[in-house]
Design a protein around this ligand. Structure first.
Ligand SMILES: Cc1cc2nc3c(=O)[nH]c(=O)nc-3n(C[C@H](O)[C@H](O)[C@H](O)COP(=O)(O)O)c2cc1C
Length: 327
Protein backbone atom coordinates (compact mmCIF):
# COMPACT_ATOMS: atom_id res chain seq x y z
CA UNK A 1 0.00 0.00 0.00
CA UNK A 2 1.74 3.05 -1.30
CA UNK A 3 0.70 5.62 1.34
CA UNK A 4 2.16 3.67 4.27
CA UNK A 5 5.55 3.22 2.62
CA UNK A 6 6.31 6.86 1.79
CA UNK A 7 8.69 9.10 3.78
CA UNK A 8 7.23 11.64 6.22
CA UNK A 9 6.51 14.20 5.06
CA UNK A 10 6.04 12.95 1.51
CA UNK A 11 5.49 15.38 -1.35
CA UNK A 12 2.78 15.18 -4.00
CA UNK A 13 2.55 17.08 -7.28
CA UNK A 14 -1.05 18.36 -7.34
CA UNK A 15 -3.46 17.33 -10.05
CA UNK A 16 -3.53 20.32 -12.41
CA UNK A 17 -6.04 20.01 -15.21
CA UNK A 18 -4.75 21.34 -18.53
CA UNK A 19 -1.24 21.63 -17.06
CA UNK A 20 0.16 18.54 -15.33
CA UNK A 21 -0.20 15.98 -18.12
CA UNK A 22 2.32 13.20 -18.75
CA UNK A 23 4.66 15.68 -20.45
CA UNK A 24 4.76 18.29 -17.69
CA UNK A 25 4.95 15.61 -15.01
CA UNK A 26 8.06 14.23 -16.71
CA UNK A 27 9.52 17.73 -16.89
CA UNK A 28 8.91 18.20 -13.16
CA UNK A 29 10.48 14.80 -12.48
CA UNK A 30 13.54 15.80 -14.52
CA UNK A 31 14.13 18.82 -12.24
CA UNK A 32 13.27 17.39 -8.80
CA UNK A 33 10.95 14.43 -8.41
CA UNK A 34 7.95 14.47 -6.06
CA UNK A 35 7.20 11.27 -4.10
CA UNK A 36 3.78 10.91 -5.75
CA UNK A 37 2.13 12.16 -8.95
CA UNK A 38 -1.58 12.53 -9.70
CA UNK A 39 -3.23 12.62 -13.13
CA UNK A 40 -5.40 15.50 -14.28
CA UNK A 41 -8.95 14.84 -13.15
CA UNK A 42 -10.95 12.67 -15.49
CA UNK A 43 -14.71 12.50 -15.81
CA UNK A 44 -15.95 8.99 -15.05
CA UNK A 45 -18.95 9.59 -17.34
CA UNK A 46 -16.59 10.76 -20.09
CA UNK A 47 -14.29 7.81 -19.59
CA UNK A 48 -17.20 5.43 -20.11
CA UNK A 49 -18.62 7.24 -23.14
CA UNK A 50 -17.84 6.24 -26.75
CA UNK A 51 -15.71 9.32 -27.59
CA UNK A 52 -13.32 8.76 -24.73
CA UNK A 53 -9.97 9.20 -26.50
CA UNK A 54 -9.35 12.72 -25.21
CA UNK A 55 -10.25 11.68 -21.70
CA UNK A 56 -7.98 8.66 -21.94
CA UNK A 57 -5.04 10.96 -22.74
CA UNK A 58 -5.34 12.04 -19.11
CA UNK A 59 -4.48 8.51 -18.04
CA UNK A 60 -1.25 8.25 -20.07
CA UNK A 61 1.87 7.96 -17.94
CA UNK A 62 5.38 6.52 -18.00
CA UNK A 63 7.65 4.97 -15.41
CA UNK A 64 9.27 8.39 -14.86
CA UNK A 65 6.02 9.50 -13.20
CA UNK A 66 5.76 6.65 -10.79
CA UNK A 67 4.06 6.20 -8.39
CA UNK A 68 1.00 7.86 -9.88
CA UNK A 69 -2.60 8.09 -8.72
CA UNK A 70 -5.53 8.30 -11.18
CA UNK A 71 -7.90 11.10 -10.29
CA UNK A 72 -11.54 10.91 -11.34
CA UNK A 73 -14.64 13.00 -10.84
CA UNK A 74 -18.33 12.29 -11.21
CA UNK A 75 -21.38 11.30 -9.20
CA UNK A 76 -22.67 8.31 -11.12
CA UNK A 77 -21.74 5.10 -9.23
CA UNK A 78 -21.97 2.98 -12.41
CA UNK A 79 -19.39 4.95 -14.37
CA UNK A 80 -17.25 5.46 -11.27
CA UNK A 81 -17.24 1.70 -10.75
CA UNK A 82 -16.31 1.00 -14.37
CA UNK A 83 -13.60 3.68 -14.54
CA UNK A 84 -12.04 2.48 -11.29
CA UNK A 85 -12.03 -1.11 -12.45
CA UNK A 86 -10.28 -0.22 -15.71
CA UNK A 87 -7.87 2.25 -14.06
CA UNK A 88 -6.82 -0.32 -11.46
CA UNK A 89 -5.70 -2.54 -14.32
CA UNK A 90 -3.64 0.24 -15.91
CA UNK A 91 -0.88 0.27 -13.31
CA UNK A 92 -1.95 3.18 -11.14
CA UNK A 93 -0.92 3.13 -7.50
CA UNK A 94 -4.30 4.35 -6.31
CA UNK A 95 -7.55 6.02 -7.28
CA UNK A 96 -8.51 9.45 -6.04
CA UNK A 97 -11.88 11.12 -6.38
CA UNK A 98 -12.19 14.88 -6.60
CA UNK A 99 -14.67 16.34 -4.12
CA UNK A 100 -13.51 19.93 -4.15
CA UNK A 101 -13.37 21.31 -7.68
CA UNK A 102 -15.15 24.69 -7.92
CA UNK A 103 -15.58 24.55 -11.70
CA UNK A 104 -19.17 25.48 -12.59
CA UNK A 105 -19.57 22.72 -15.13
CA UNK A 106 -18.26 20.06 -12.74
CA UNK A 107 -20.44 21.35 -9.90
CA UNK A 108 -23.51 21.49 -12.19
CA UNK A 109 -22.96 17.80 -12.93
CA UNK A 110 -23.03 17.08 -9.21
CA UNK A 111 -19.29 16.36 -9.01
CA UNK A 112 -16.27 18.10 -7.48
CA UNK A 113 -17.14 20.51 -4.66
CA UNK A 114 -20.87 19.76 -4.97
CA UNK A 115 -20.20 16.44 -3.22
CA UNK A 116 -19.57 18.31 0.04
CA UNK A 117 -23.29 19.19 0.04
CA UNK A 118 -24.39 15.71 -1.02
CA UNK A 119 -22.71 13.29 1.39
CA UNK A 120 -24.94 10.39 0.32
CA UNK A 121 -23.58 10.69 -3.22
CA UNK A 122 -20.05 11.00 -1.87
CA UNK A 123 -20.51 7.81 0.13
CA UNK A 124 -21.91 5.96 -2.88
CA UNK A 125 -19.04 7.20 -5.06
CA UNK A 126 -16.40 5.94 -2.62
CA UNK A 127 -18.19 2.59 -2.34
CA UNK A 128 -18.29 2.34 -6.17
CA UNK A 129 -14.52 2.93 -6.42
CA UNK A 130 -13.91 0.20 -3.84
CA UNK A 131 -16.17 -2.21 -5.72
CA UNK A 132 -14.44 -1.44 -9.04
CA UNK A 133 -11.02 -1.99 -7.51
CA UNK A 134 -12.13 -5.22 -5.86
CA UNK A 135 -13.55 -6.57 -9.10
CA UNK A 136 -10.36 -5.68 -10.98
CA UNK A 137 -8.48 -8.05 -8.70
CA UNK A 138 -5.68 -5.49 -8.25
CA UNK A 139 -5.99 -4.03 -4.78
CA UNK A 140 -4.92 -0.40 -4.79
CA UNK A 141 -5.85 2.31 -2.27
CA UNK A 142 -8.70 4.82 -2.47
CA UNK A 143 -8.33 8.48 -1.65
CA UNK A 144 -10.36 11.69 -1.70
CA UNK A 145 -9.25 15.25 -2.44
CA UNK A 146 -11.55 17.87 -1.02
CA UNK A 147 -11.96 21.34 0.45
CA UNK A 148 -13.17 22.42 3.90
CA UNK A 149 -16.71 23.43 2.85
CA UNK A 150 -18.70 24.90 0.00
CA UNK A 151 -19.75 28.33 1.34
CA UNK A 152 -19.04 27.90 5.04
CA UNK A 153 -16.18 26.06 6.72
CA UNK A 154 -17.54 22.67 7.85
CA UNK A 155 -14.27 20.81 8.44
CA UNK A 156 -15.46 18.91 11.52
CA UNK A 157 -18.65 17.38 10.08
CA UNK A 158 -17.42 16.82 6.50
CA UNK A 159 -14.03 15.35 7.36
CA UNK A 160 -15.50 13.09 10.09
CA UNK A 161 -17.98 11.82 7.51
CA UNK A 162 -15.27 11.14 4.95
CA UNK A 163 -13.06 9.37 7.47
CA UNK A 164 -15.99 7.11 8.42
CA UNK A 165 -15.89 5.84 4.83
CA UNK A 166 -12.53 4.17 5.52
CA UNK A 167 -10.46 5.80 2.84
CA UNK A 168 -6.71 5.26 2.66
CA UNK A 169 -5.71 8.88 2.14
CA UNK A 170 -7.39 12.28 2.30
CA UNK A 171 -6.04 15.46 0.71
CA UNK A 172 -7.47 18.64 2.15
CA UNK A 173 -7.13 21.90 0.27
CA UNK A 174 -7.62 24.41 3.09
CA UNK A 175 -10.23 26.63 1.49
CA UNK A 176 -13.98 26.51 0.85
CA UNK A 177 -15.24 26.09 -2.70
CA UNK A 178 -16.50 29.71 -2.67
CA UNK A 179 -13.06 30.97 -1.67
CA UNK A 180 -11.54 29.54 -4.86
CA UNK A 181 -7.85 30.46 -4.42
CA UNK A 182 -8.55 34.04 -3.42
CA UNK A 183 -7.76 33.91 0.30
CA UNK A 184 -4.78 32.35 2.08
CA UNK A 185 -5.32 28.62 2.73
CA UNK A 186 -6.64 27.94 6.25
CA UNK A 187 -3.81 25.73 7.48
CA UNK A 188 -5.26 25.79 11.00
CA UNK A 189 -8.25 23.86 9.58
CA UNK A 190 -5.87 21.33 8.01
CA UNK A 191 -4.33 20.93 11.46
CA UNK A 192 -7.85 20.19 12.75
CA UNK A 193 -8.22 17.45 10.14
CA UNK A 194 -5.17 15.71 11.60
CA UNK A 195 -6.67 16.04 15.11
CA UNK A 196 -10.01 14.59 13.92
CA UNK A 197 -8.20 11.65 12.31
CA UNK A 198 -6.25 10.99 15.50
CA UNK A 199 -9.38 11.29 17.66
CA UNK A 200 -11.27 8.87 15.42
CA UNK A 201 -8.28 6.56 15.56
CA UNK A 202 -8.37 5.68 11.86
CA UNK A 203 -5.34 4.98 9.69
CA UNK A 204 -6.17 7.45 6.88
CA UNK A 205 -3.11 9.34 5.69
CA UNK A 206 -3.63 13.13 5.70
CA UNK A 207 -2.18 15.33 2.96
CA UNK A 208 -2.33 19.11 3.36
CA UNK A 209 -2.65 21.41 0.37
CA UNK A 210 -2.73 25.13 -0.25
CA UNK A 211 -0.12 27.82 -0.93
CA UNK A 212 2.91 25.62 -0.22
CA UNK A 213 5.92 26.98 -2.10
CA UNK A 214 8.41 24.16 -2.06
CA UNK A 215 9.83 21.18 -0.16
CA UNK A 216 11.31 23.36 2.61
CA UNK A 217 7.92 25.02 3.15
CA UNK A 218 6.33 21.54 3.15
CA UNK A 219 8.65 20.40 5.96
CA UNK A 220 7.52 23.39 8.00
CA UNK A 221 3.87 22.54 7.40
CA UNK A 222 4.54 18.96 8.47
CA UNK A 223 6.25 20.13 11.66
CA UNK A 224 3.53 22.66 12.52
CA UNK A 225 0.34 20.87 11.51
CA UNK A 226 1.27 17.18 11.69
CA UNK A 227 0.18 16.26 8.15
CA UNK A 228 1.70 13.08 6.73
CA UNK A 229 2.20 14.54 3.29
CA UNK A 230 2.02 17.86 1.50
CA UNK A 231 0.68 18.57 -1.99
CA UNK A 232 2.15 21.37 -4.08
CA UNK A 233 0.34 22.87 -7.07
CA UNK A 234 1.08 26.41 -8.16
CA UNK A 235 4.45 26.41 -6.36
CA UNK A 236 5.80 24.51 -9.35
CA UNK A 237 5.09 27.55 -11.55
CA UNK A 238 7.31 29.67 -9.29
CA UNK A 239 10.13 27.14 -9.24
CA UNK A 240 10.39 23.95 -11.34
CA UNK A 241 12.76 22.66 -8.60
CA UNK A 242 10.06 23.08 -5.92
CA UNK A 243 10.40 19.39 -5.00
CA UNK A 244 14.15 19.65 -4.36
CA UNK A 245 14.59 18.40 -0.78
CA UNK A 246 17.89 20.21 -0.14
CA UNK A 247 17.78 22.52 2.91
CA UNK A 248 17.21 25.34 0.43
CA UNK A 249 15.61 24.11 -2.81
CA UNK A 250 17.54 24.83 -5.96
CA UNK A 251 16.57 27.95 -7.90
CA UNK A 252 17.30 27.69 -11.60
CA UNK A 253 19.56 30.17 -13.39
CA UNK A 254 18.03 31.77 -16.51
CA UNK A 255 20.07 29.36 -18.67
CA UNK A 256 18.89 26.33 -16.66
CA UNK A 257 15.30 27.51 -17.05
CA UNK A 258 15.76 27.80 -20.81
CA UNK A 259 17.18 24.26 -20.83
CA UNK A 260 13.99 23.08 -19.11
CA UNK A 261 11.90 25.02 -21.63
CA UNK A 262 13.69 23.32 -24.50
CA UNK A 263 13.13 19.87 -22.96
CA UNK A 264 9.46 20.74 -22.47
CA UNK A 265 8.92 21.95 -26.04
CA UNK A 266 10.66 18.88 -27.49
CA UNK A 267 8.81 16.39 -25.28
CA UNK A 268 5.45 18.07 -25.91
CA UNK A 269 6.04 17.81 -29.64
CA UNK A 270 7.21 14.21 -29.40
CA UNK A 271 4.30 13.02 -27.23
CA UNK A 272 1.39 15.10 -28.47
CA UNK A 273 2.54 16.20 -31.96
CA UNK A 274 -0.63 17.20 -33.76
CA UNK A 275 -2.86 15.77 -31.02
CA UNK A 276 -2.74 18.73 -28.61
CA UNK A 277 -2.80 22.36 -29.64
CA UNK A 278 0.64 24.04 -29.56
CA UNK A 279 -0.93 27.06 -27.78
CA UNK A 280 -1.20 24.94 -24.60
CA UNK A 281 2.59 25.14 -24.28
CA UNK A 282 2.58 28.91 -24.17
CA UNK A 283 1.14 29.10 -20.69
CA UNK A 284 4.41 27.63 -19.41
CA UNK A 285 6.68 30.20 -21.00
CA UNK A 286 6.39 32.70 -18.18
CA UNK A 287 7.91 30.07 -15.88
CA UNK A 288 10.94 29.65 -18.10
CA UNK A 289 11.74 33.06 -19.57
CA UNK A 290 12.61 35.01 -16.50
CA UNK A 291 15.24 36.84 -14.48
CA UNK A 292 17.48 38.42 -17.12
CA UNK A 293 17.70 41.68 -19.07
CA UNK A 294 14.97 41.96 -21.69
CA UNK A 295 13.13 38.85 -20.43
CA UNK A 296 9.77 40.58 -20.93
CA UNK A 297 10.48 41.20 -24.60
CA UNK A 298 11.69 37.64 -25.13
CA UNK A 299 8.51 36.40 -23.45
CA UNK A 300 6.37 38.49 -25.78
CA UNK A 301 8.20 36.95 -28.73
CA UNK A 302 7.75 33.45 -27.32
CA UNK A 303 4.02 34.08 -26.96
CA UNK A 304 3.89 35.04 -30.65
CA UNK A 305 5.33 31.71 -31.81
CA UNK A 306 3.01 29.30 -33.58
CA UNK A 307 4.83 25.99 -33.47
CA UNK A 308 7.40 23.98 -31.56
CA UNK A 309 9.92 24.66 -34.35
CA UNK A 310 9.46 28.42 -33.97
CA UNK A 311 9.88 28.10 -30.20
CA UNK A 312 13.10 26.08 -30.64
CA UNK A 313 14.45 28.68 -33.08
CA UNK A 314 13.73 31.41 -30.54
CA UNK A 315 15.52 29.41 -27.84
CA UNK A 316 18.58 29.12 -30.09
CA UNK A 317 18.54 32.85 -30.70
CA UNK A 318 18.16 33.60 -26.99
CA UNK A 319 21.06 31.31 -26.05
CA UNK A 320 23.27 33.12 -28.57
CA UNK A 321 22.30 36.58 -27.25
CA UNK A 322 24.00 38.47 -24.42
CA UNK A 323 20.69 39.03 -22.62
CA UNK A 324 20.58 35.58 -21.03
CA UNK A 325 23.96 36.23 -19.38
CA UNK A 326 22.76 39.37 -17.55
CA UNK A 327 20.93 37.75 -14.64
C1 LIG B 1 -4.59 25.13 -13.43
C2 LIG B 1 -5.12 24.33 -12.28
C3 LIG B 1 -5.72 23.11 -12.54
C4 LIG B 1 -6.22 22.33 -11.48
N1 LIG B 1 -6.76 21.09 -11.74
C5 LIG B 1 -7.15 20.29 -10.71
C6 LIG B 1 -7.60 18.95 -10.93
O1 LIG B 1 -7.67 18.46 -12.07
N2 LIG B 1 -7.96 18.22 -9.85
C7 LIG B 1 -7.90 18.71 -8.58
O2 LIG B 1 -8.21 18.00 -7.61
N3 LIG B 1 -7.47 19.96 -8.33
C8 LIG B 1 -7.08 20.75 -9.35
N4 LIG B 1 -6.58 22.00 -9.10
C9 LIG B 1 -6.37 22.42 -7.69
C10 LIG B 1 -4.95 22.07 -7.24
O3 LIG B 1 -4.73 20.68 -7.29
C11 LIG B 1 -4.69 22.55 -5.79
O4 LIG B 1 -5.62 21.96 -4.94
C12 LIG B 1 -4.80 24.08 -5.68
O5 LIG B 1 -4.13 24.73 -6.74
C13 LIG B 1 -4.23 24.56 -4.33
O6 LIG B 1 -2.89 24.18 -4.19
P1 LIG B 1 -1.66 25.20 -4.47
O7 LIG B 1 -1.92 26.42 -3.62
O8 LIG B 1 -0.44 24.44 -4.07
O9 LIG B 1 -1.72 25.53 -5.93
C14 LIG B 1 -6.12 22.80 -10.14
C15 LIG B 1 -5.52 24.05 -9.90
C16 LIG B 1 -5.01 24.80 -10.94
C17 LIG B 1 -4.35 26.13 -10.64
Amino acid sequence: MIWATLPRPFLVLAPLEGVADTVFRRIVASCAKPDVFVTEFTSADGFCSPGRTAVKNNFLFTSEESPIIAQIWGKNPDTIYETSKVAAGMGFSGIDINMGCPDRNVMAHGGGGRMIDTPDLAKAAIAAIKEGIKDSGILIPVSVKTRIGTKKIVTESWVSFLLEQQIDALTVHGRTVAELSKVPAHWDEIGKVVAIRDRMNVATVIIGNGDVKDAADAREKHATYGVDGVMIGRGIFQNPWAFDTAARPHVGTPMELIDVMERHVRLFNEVWGGRKNYAILKKFYKIYINGFRGATDWRVRAMATNSADEALALIRELRASDDILTA
